[in-house]
Design a binder for this molecule. Sequence first.
Ligand code: GLV
Ligand code: MN
Ligand code: MN
Ligand code: MN
Length: 396
Amino acid sequence: MWAALLPVGRDTATGGYDRFVWTPSELECRAWFLDEARARSLDVESDGNGNLFAWWHPADGRRDDAVLTGSHLDSVPGGGAFDGPLGVVSAFAAIDLLRARGVEPARPLGVAAFAEEEGARFGVACLGSRLLAGAIDPARARALTDGAGRTFAEVAAENGVDPDGIGRDDALLSRVGCYVELHVEQGRALGPATPVGVASAIVPHGRWRLDFTGEGNHAGTTRLIDRRDPMLPFASTVLAARAAAERHDSVATVGKVRVVPGGVNAIPSAVAAWLDSRGPDERSVRATVADVLEHARAAARGHGVGVELTEESYTEVVDFNLALRDRVVRALGGVPVLPTGAGHDAGVLSAVLPTAMLFVRNPTGVSHAPAEHAETADCLAGVEALAAVLADLVRG
Ligand code: GLV
Ligand code: MN
Ligand code: MN
Ligand code: MN
């Protein structure tokens, strides 16, 4: 099952994956999901927000208080093989284990694949789960654009999702009792003796866009003193973000930049840059972003350039449901409980459902990069752990 997904969207030169929502590689992952669901005679459902579900319904036809597991199939640009797909593959594998062990669920058990978790195409992370949970205004979601200027509404419609029907889905939510997501750990928090851990919290995090606007001109004929070059305040703002993060005990990353027009021999007319910042509490994140903006404004002024900051998303601290977490830890016979700096659909859904997360050890801590890795034995331990948790939960 895992092997079938490995070539999909993989750049053979770098080993990284590009699986952006509703692009050919991500559609191939969706087709794989449907095949795996049908091979297990699960009932397939796609909701009105582009998310996929595969249900194992109890023999008595019960439809409420479902236990949901799964993750996402999309990736960041040049991402690793495990972030997302590991949770979906493990969910199907856990169902196989439960069936082999003769478990008959008293509650429906579902596998989910949430759309656009990374926000790599339309900019807002966890877009599918945010829509389902009502955590983003549908009108705003419809108007989001990808790198080619195509709106979410247009692309959704082309892929069978009615853009006028997106948004909070109370009918679906009311059928789900809890969500448990298995995910590769994205740091090095699990030690040599522990292949699996349980999440306690997700730190506050967000994305901001900085638009520097100057004046395009000729790289050879424009005197330095005549330039209004947006690249200069942008460059110093990247360094200022690092310094602000150090001051406020946060992290700050500028991982995406768009230079207009992007010619070697042209002074840019505009630079758009995306800032990701996360920290132990909201104050530290807000203080970081405020310092970055203050620096950007002063630097831009000094170069005759304009600058604007737009908040694209902000997610408050998530403390996972304590009762569910305790039950998960008990089902596993005691495992480490740890917070994470990575965002997840489980975090978004925790506003509307009890949610929990299992982490599978990552020996190098690398993630969102081709070198992301988990040992096969640890992945199998993850499947065993997920199966144990699900077996406990579906009992009723
Ligand atoms: C998503 O994985 C994120 O944490 O940015
Ligand atoms: Mn990710
Ligand atoms: Mn992920
Ligand atoms: Mn994530």
